[in-house]
Design a protein around this ligand. Structure first.
Ligand code: MEV
Length: 424
């Protein structure tokens, strides 16, 4: 336990001083601090401006998924993830649907929703009708907040007024805004806050919350892919994947894990491009529960000619301007690697990766299980945790897999034996 978590003025000091103060307060070992500082160096000053009280960065591996074709264009996809086998799974799954054209996508546009919670209305239904009469006025007020967005073709598109079945009923105004290439949180939140006093004046109510909804169900991506049975190991494998999909669609316990696997791919692309992984994940899971029962974000079927058809549908609110996307050098390079110039294309690629990721997970689960592939990659992490360095890492990892014992204490023993062995 730290003696006191009150480190006053921490935000006013340099990154080095902050690290020193945290190290002193928590009694960190000097070699640990030095290793951390060295690993943190690459992001340089950018990190200091992204969040508060920065002491460094945590580096997550950035891998490249190969073999992806999205809407007829090949694309190399950078994925930021700490989880072994996620990138390899996309490379393999994409290879097996390449011959049939890869992944085809569509999107419903770049509409985000901001919510205003209006309280204290005596006549919510009459107020609702009156608010719709002001739609043009509301659009003008919202668009005035962000003239640049309007110039780029965005701005307020519509309003909704919902009356929640609460006691007393609560009136919720939705601003539906086209945020174009931005994820749009800042734009729509500013619009909601700007509009609130006018809503209060018009309705006589009190506006409390003014914030976007992460259930971005007007910013959907749909992805579709075909895997010929002969490309995936035969009809039994295909049928196993279809049965796995039916399981996830019917059972929330399975759907949570199924969708987590999809998000292994989607979130890795979202993170690599400096986008908000929590926003996308919140939207995905809320969308998965839209029927009132949590279900799968993908469906798996057999086509008339016996191929496996996979489809994915989920909200994917990402941007290529604003937030960390333009500031973070890795995010900028990730977009360049993909040749991405619109948020729409980024959403399509991320959705396509999610579908392929799900294919690979279900294929592994319906056949040999995930542990063999997972463990052979995870074995390297275990070898490193046991202290292996350089060529020792692969040697120790191989031995762990051969022994079917991917555990740190076994790795330590293998490493000790390796080091004690006479060198050739
Ligand atoms: C592990 O990170 C992801 C899986 O559990 C996904 C799934 O079960 O579909 C393998």
């Amino acid at each position: 336990m730290v003696p006191s978590s009150r480190l006053s003025g921490l935000h006013e000091t340099s990154r080095e001083e902050r690290l020193a103060r945290v190290a002193e307060a928590t009694g960190l070992d000097a070699s640990m601090v030095a290793a951390f500082a060295a690993a943190s160096a690459p992001l340089g000053e950018t990190a200091d401006h992204l969040v508060e009280n920065v002491i460094g960065t945590i580096n997550v591996p950035l891998g490249i998924a190969t073999n992806m074709t999205v809407d007829g264009e090949d694309v190399l996809v950078p994925m930021a993830t700490e989880e072994s086998s996620v990138v390899a799974a996309v490379c393999n799954g994409a290879r097996q649907c390449r011959g049939a054209g890869g992944i085809t996508t569509s999107t419903t546009g770049s509409l985000m929703i901001a919510q205003l919670q209006v309280l204290g209305l005596a006549d919510p239904f009459a107020t609702r009708a009156a608010l719709f009469e002001r739609k043009t006025e509301i659009a003008a007020l919202c668009d005035a907040v962000d003239p640049m967005l309007v110039k780029l073709g965005g701005g307020l598109r519509d309003i909704e007024v919902r009356i929640l079945d609460t006691d007393p009923p609560m009136t919720i105004v939705h601003l539906i805004v086209d945020t174009r290439d931005a994820m749009g949180a800042n734009a729509v939140n500013t619009m909601a806050e700007t509009l609130a006093p006018d809503i209060e004046r018009w309705t006589g109510g009190r506006v409390s919350l003014r914030i976007l909804s992460n259930l971005a169900d007007r910013r959907l991506v749909r992805a579709r892919g075909l895997w010929p049975a002969e490309a995936i190991g035969g009809e039994a494998v295909r049928d196993g994947i279809i049965a796995a999909g039916i399981f996830a669609a019917a059972d929330p316990y399975r759907a949570a894990t199924h969708n987590k696997g999809i998000m292994n791919g989607v979130s890795a692309v979202v993170l690599a491009t400096g986008n908000d992984t929590r926003a996308v994940e919140a939207g995905a899971h809320a969308y998965a529960a839209r029927s009132g029962r949590y279900s799968a974000l993908t469906r798996w079927e057999k086509t008339a000619d016996g191929a496996l058809a996979g489809t994915l549908e989920m909200p994917l609110a990402v941007g290529i301007v604003g937030g960390a996307t333009r500031v973070h050098p890795t995010a900028r390079m990730a977009l360049d690697i993909m040749g991405i110039t619109t948020a729409d294309r980024l959403a399509r690629v991320a959705g396509a990766v999610g579908l392929v990721q799900n294919f690979s997970a279900l294929k592994a689960l319906a056949t040999e299980g995930i542990q063999r592939g997972h463990m052979s990659l995870h074995a390297k992490n275990v070898a490193i945790a046991a202290g292996a360095q350089g060529p020792e890492i692969v040697a120790v990892a191989r031995e762990l897999v051969a022994r079917k014992a991917v555990r740190v204490e076994v790795a330590e023993e293998v490493l000790a034996t390796l080091r004690a062995a006479p060198k050739p």
